[in-house]
Design a protein around this ligand. Structure first.
Ligand code: PMP
Length: 420
């Protein structure tokens, strides 16, 4: 694409070439991106440049828990934009959006999780937590689980539970112990050199696999016995996704450090690692500025996140998650669906084969429903709609999926007949 350097011509190009610019000038993460050009998003609907609308079945991968353009979130953003945007690197000034949000989060968490370090993303929260655990325990090792995803920075990538995704980027962090999620035996690999164990309560990218309560308790007990810190990554499961505000609530097991992200900013970029005040102090001395960030806890993100949290709690969305999850479960009946795993409104439809899944995802998209697959479960279709999705929209989404399954079934059958 030639660059003419003229504003008028640039405007003309903007009308005709966004897709070409996307492929030419925006860095790609796969050879076959979705490349849908979205011009508007409201509630559970996305509108594309060609006027076609899509039901959002994934909410920006568990980010848009209140749907798109929630009025209270938008109002809070406008208000904060008018007051101030960025004034100083994180941690130096009293910024009311940060302090109010930290205070509110602390009020909704166990007493031992009362100090919030805001970051700009989930992976940065993982990085901060690993540093905090090393600093606090004086130990070098980190343990994590097979088929868990914690982010794409080099530290977080070191924890990724699948060699396919990490091998090209070695050397990564040393001293990482990989364990099988759910294995009692593997807990004995947590040793006296382990600073922390990073775990998901519900393994999201494995295709929605919840922990068993006795195993999670055994993990907690092992960490206590050996002096390792327990870190729960609730970046994908926090803020009501699984039916309770935090997924760990249902288990009665409290981590030493909690990681939040995604829905934390209600559509704005925000992450956090949360620990006790006493523990977090380790990052402010010896050395001073033990963990710093320029944009972490951006005032506009914090204002949006707090407004989103209040909306979640006061508008009844949280209470309705399990009922809505039940509606999905009842309506998603089809012989092509070999397994249906669910934690509230985080759902995996297992089709047994990645290529079948890809074709069903494509059929759903053509029929106006946006879905996705999982990093460690490519044979599973991901559903993580806004928690605000209506029963009518659930019915519509399920009908599209069932139709897509039937079409796929018919094609596979006719291919088998032709082969015979
Ligand atoms: N942990 C989990 C469980 C996640 O799902 C993600 C994002 N998919 C991350 C960490 C990383 O968050 P981010 O992309 O904001 O860095």
């Amino acid at each position: 694409m030639p660059g003419f350097g003229s504003a008028e011509i640039d405007e003309l190009y903007k009308m005709f070439y966004p897709r070409q610019w996307f492929f030419r000038h925006v860095a790609q993460t796969s050879p076959s991106p979705l490349a849908l050009e979205i011009v508007r998003a409201e509630g559970s609907r996305l509108t594309a440049a060609d006027g076609k609308t899509y039901l959002d079945g994934i909410g920006g991968i568990s980010v848009c828990h209140l749907g798109h353009g929630h009025p209270r979130v938008r109002a809070a953003i406008h208000q904060q934009v008018d007051a101030y945007l960025h004034v100083m690197v994180y941690g130096e000034m009293v910024l009311s959006p940060q302090t109010s949000y930290a205070h509110r989060l602390a009020s909704l968490l166990p007493a031992s999780l009362d100090c919030v370090y805001f970051t700009s993303s989930g992976a940065e929260a993982v990085e901060g937590a690993m540093k905090l655990a090393k600093r606090r325990t004086g130990r070098p090792g980190i343990a994590a689980f097979r088929h868990s995803y914690h982010g794409s920075t080099q530290g977080a990538l070191s924890l990724i539970g699948d060699e396919y995704w990490r091998s090209a980027y070695r050397p990564l962090l040393p001293g990482i112990q990989e364990m099988e999620h759910g294995s009692l035996q593997d807990l004995f690999r947590i040793g006296t050199d382990t600073a922390c164990v990073v775990a998901e309560v519900v393994q999201a990218e494995k295709g929605v696999v919840p922990s068993s309560a006795p195993w999670l308790q055994a993990l907690r007990d092992r960490c206590d016995a050996i002096g390792a810190m327990l870190v729960f990554d609730e970046i994908q499961t926090g803020f009501g996704r699984t039916g309770t505000l935090w997924a760990f609530e249902g288990y009665g097991v409290v981590p030493d450090i909690l990681l939040l992200g995604k829905a934390l900013g209600a559509g704005m970029p925000l992450g956090a690692f949360i620990a006790s005040r006493e523990c977090m102090e380790a990052l402010s001395t010896d050395p001073v500025l033990g963990h710093i960030t320029t944009f972490g806890g951006h005032p506009v993100s914090c204002a949006a996140g707090l407004a989103g949290l209040e909306a979640l709690l006061t508008e009844g969305h949280l209470e309705r998650v399990s009922g809505k999850g039940q509606l999905f479960r009842e309506r998603l009946q089809h012989p092509m669906i070999r397994d249906f795993r669910q934690a509230g409104l985080l759902m995996a439809l297992d089709f047994g084969h990645a290529d079948v899944n890809q074709r069903i995802i494509a059929r759903c998209l053509a029929k106006g429903l946006l879905t996705d697959w999982f990093l460690f479960a490519p044979q599973c279709l991901r559903l993580a709609p806004p928690l605000t999705i209506t029963p009518e929209e659930i019915a519509e989404a399920c009908q599209i999926i069932v139709e897509a399954c039937t079409e796929e079934e018919n094609v596979s059958e006719s291919q088998t007949e032709t082969a015979v």
